[in-house]
Design a binder for this molecule. Structure first.
Ligand SMILES: C[S@@+](CC[C@H](N)C(=O)[O-])C[C@H]1O[C@@H](n2cnc3c(N)ncnc32)[C@H](O)[C@@H]1O
Length: 244
């Protein structure tokens, strides 16, 4: 790996960039403006719609490469693009890594597209609420058979739901791996951005993480990822598991 100013993780360069208030304002303005156009819906991964900002996908790729999980559990499947994204990374890593996708409603055309995808062998779907006891039991069973487990929360974004997910799924994450909570950015967006949603500023994944971290000592926010990305739907949402 290159060291110095061209090192992708050069802490000096990244810290300087993160401390640039003009850049932070520009990034925030860009983020808020793109949200008006539902920018996160613009992209596909290997043919499957993935509802993410490209910056977050790059961060997830870096995490998957460094952790090399053999199980990735994601709550919130939608069209399945993120599941196929993780499956494609696991395929490139070799080995037998698998993805478990949980969604309260897996629409038939989405299920058919996921099951017809060349990477479908690495994907298992579970339909049900992510906080339902039997669903959590299925995830826990898979996790018990894996050595390195990573969890991604991207389902219902209310405080109550995400906090419950954090309580239920955080024990499955192995030391050195990550618990990634998407859509913490809701906290910093105007209430008017969510006219038909039960979440908004004050009631979202960021507030759930704040409550969770008050008592949980196994996880810490990976601030370097936030500093690197500038543009992200998950500021403060990349939680590194630092203890058994
Ligand atoms: C933001 S989308 C997921 C996007 C997907 N992860 C991606 O990156 O393309 C949220 C999904 O969460 C699902 N969902 C909502 N409430 C849920 C719950 N209680 N349990 C599991 N999934 C839920 C919705 O059906 C929807 O498909």
């Amino acid at each position: 790996m290159t060291r110095g100013p061209h090192d992708p993780s050069d802490p000096e360069r990244i810290t300087a960039m993160a401390g640039d208030t003009e850049l932070a304002q520009l990034a925030r303005a860009f983020f808020l403006k793109t949200c008006e156009y539902r920018y996160s819906y613009n992209f596909t991964w290997l043919g499957m719609p993935v509802i993410q900002y490209p910056q977050d996908l790059i961060a997830m790729q870096e995490i998957v490469w460094s952790v090399k999980p053999d199980l990735i559990i994601e709550t919130g499947v939608a069209h399945g693009g993120s599941l196929i994204f993780y499956a494609s990374l696991l395929e490139l890593l070799g080995g037998s890594g698998r993805v478990l996708g949980i969604d309260v409603e897996i629409r038939p055309h989405n299920r058919a597209a996921i099951e017809a995808h060349p990477l479908s062998a690495r994907v298992q779907l579970v339909q049900g609420s992510s906080i339902d006891e039997s669903v959590v039991a299925q995830a826990a069973l898979q996790a018990r058979q894996a050595r390195r487990v990573m969890v991604v929360l991207d389902s219902n974004h209310t405080h109550e739901h995400v906090l419950r997910e954090l309580e239920l799924y955080s024990p499955l994450v192995t030391r050195g791996s990550y618990l990634v909570v998407f859509d913490t950015a809701i906290e910093h967006m105007p209430k008017s951005a969510f006219p038909d949603r039960s979440w908004g500023p004050g009631n979202n994944p960021a507030t759930a993480i704040a409550a969770f971290l008050q008592t949980n000592r196994r996880f810490a926010v990976d601030g370097e990822i936030d500093c690197k990305l500038l543009l992200s739907v998950a500021p403060g949402g990349y939680l590194r598991c630092i203890a058994d």
